[in-house]
Design a protein around this ligand. Structure first.
Ligand code: FRU
Length: 483
């Protein structure tokens, strides 16, 4: 065992100490997975194993910043109610002593295999990375097997986030990498037995397949087949903002293309951002027993504003998105909430709304509400919606703008995106988060926001005529069971 063999004890203490404080925190979410204390980032190891859904997550229990990550663990029978399980992986071996970084899970012959990156720093803060394996017979207790793949020649130690899947009787692993020329890449390795891995090489990256300079590092790659197309999700770091695009610190998006598993090549089209909001990163997908491709992401972003989030006072920060089912329409990847989430619907209200130019509509909402809006004909002219006096959504001239109060409380900030038309929206509000699924999930916008408790309205305004159907449901609470 490595130096930090009291990690588990310190973790339990941190969780217990923070319990009372968290009870008083009005920004604590009701139906999203969060850390009991400390910092959460990427979802990891998503899998349905022996019928039960598992969502692991990057977790620093001791601070509200990045640090020595463990794999926290939630399980669920229905993708809606989640129960926290004991921590699955702790950074307590020489090959992962500075963090059990992101990775994935596969089931094989009744066992659950976790692949993750062991992050190691030396005294001079130089990094080493190892792709590691841990195996479980029950999905709860994991035995570490140590490194199964070392950083190959031609790559820097920024080499991480293994995602493993079965392909034609072999196992393939896709890894996020930086080559020695400082370009981000997604690279492959293969194995026949999940233990012995051979490096293959890059299948996509900055400066490859017709892409220009496209980032100095690619994190969290995920390659899968959906409706006859091969989708590569990846998080490039180092893209410059371009018009309305790429305004977050790092980006999360996808390519659609054609993967040839006999040649290990991938032809693809353009990169598209998966989400247009402020808080969406490091998504991961899995297939469940019903054959659905489901995505969860980190509902957060590490940027300058992060430490101004009011939850930091209560010693926790960030959450995961709700699970979303993926689909493809033309060359667009769609995301929609898993239908199971509708089980949370409580009291329902419905309005047929007709607004003339300059008119407004207001409705009281609870802090956990689902709002569904269908526009009788696509919106023309300007349309505005303000949620809890904090988040403002404006649609005009094929462009949607989302504006929130900055976390320090001074001023506002925006994200914007092209939207050919506005025909419908489904909005999921939790106490301090909003996820908007627009036009059947063709665009999604995910944001944290921190409204005052007594701001309880949703307001609509228009400078043209808008006719829409609005249904609201109170969302039943308490679906997250922390230990
Ligand atoms: C993405 C990421 C991954 C890494 C993990 C560390 O947010 O940087 O590349 O494995 O977080 O927590």
């Amino acid at each position: 065992m490595f130096e930090d063999n009291d990690y588990r004890m310190r973790l339990e203490e941190a969780v217990q100490q923070n319990r009372r404080q968290i009870g008083r925190d009005s920004y604590r979410l009701e139906y999203h997975m969060m850390p009991p204390v400390g910092f959460l980032n990427d979802p990891n190891g998503l899998v349905q194993y022996d019928g039960t859904y598992h969502a692991f997550f990057q977790w620093n229990p001791f601070e509200t910043t990045h640090g020595k990550k463990a794999w926290g663990h939630y399980t669920s029978e229905d993708l809606v109610s989640w129960k926290m399980a004991p921590v699955a992986l702790m950074p307590d071996e020489w090959y992962d002593k500075n963090g059990c970084y992101s990775g994935s899970a596969v089931e094989h012959e009744g066992m659950l295999y976790l692949f993750y990156t062991g992050n190691v720093k030396d005294e001079e803060n130089r990094r080493s990375s190892y792709q590691c394996l841990a195996v479980s017979e029950d999905g709860m207790a994991f035995k570490k097997h140590g490194p199964v793949l070392h950083v190959p020649k031609g790559y820097t130690p920024d080499f991480r986030d293994p995602k493993v899947w079965r392909e034609n009787g072999d196992w393939l692993m896709i890894i996020g990498a930086q080559n020695e020329a400082g370009q981000g890449e997604a690279v492959l390795a293969r194995s026949e037995n999940l233990v012995d891995w051979t490096f293959i090489g890059p299948i996509a990256g900055s400066g490859r397949n017709g892409l220009g300079d496209f980032g100095y590092m690619w994190e969290c790659p995920d390659l899968f087949r959906l409706d006859g197309q091969d989708v590569l999700i990846v998080c490039p770091q180092g893209l410059e903002a371009e018009g309305d695009k790429y305004h977050n610190l790092f980006q999360a998006g996808y390519f659609i293309g054609d993967f040839d598993p006999s040649q290990y090549t991938y032809d693809h089209g353009d990169f598209t951002e998966l989400d247009r909001g402020f808080d969406f990163y490091a998504p991961q997908t899995f297939i469940d027993d019903d054959g659905r491709r489901i995505l969860l992401a980190w509902m957060g972003m590490s940027d300058d504003q992060e430490q101004n989030q009011p939850t930091v006072e209560n010693d926790w920060i960030h959450a995961l998105t709700i699970p979303r089912v993926l689909g493809i329409e033309g060359d667009t990847l769609t995301q929609n909430p898993v239908p199971e989430i509708e089980r949370l619907r409580g009291e329902r209200r419905h309005h047929d709304i007709l607004l003339g130019a300059g008119e407004a509509f207001r409705e009281e909402i609870g802090s956990c509400t689902e709002i569904s809006m269908d526009f009788e004909s696509p919106v023309e002219g300007q349309f505005e919606m303000v949620i809890r006096n904090d988040l403002k959504v404006t649609y005009e001239n094929n462009r949607m703008v989302v504006e929130r109060t900055v976390f320090s409380g001074k001023g506002t900030e925006q994200r914007a995106f092209f939207l050919e038309q506005l025909s419908g929206m489904r909005i999921f509000l939790d106490r301090s988060s909003v996820e908007m699924f627009i036009n059947g999930g063709k665009e999604v916008c995910t944001c944290r926001f921190f409204p005052n408790e007594d701001d309880t309205g949703v307001e609509l305004k228009t400078h043209a005529e808008v006719k829409c159907d609005m249904t609201l449901w109170n969302i039943k609470k308490d679906t997250i069971d922390m230990y």
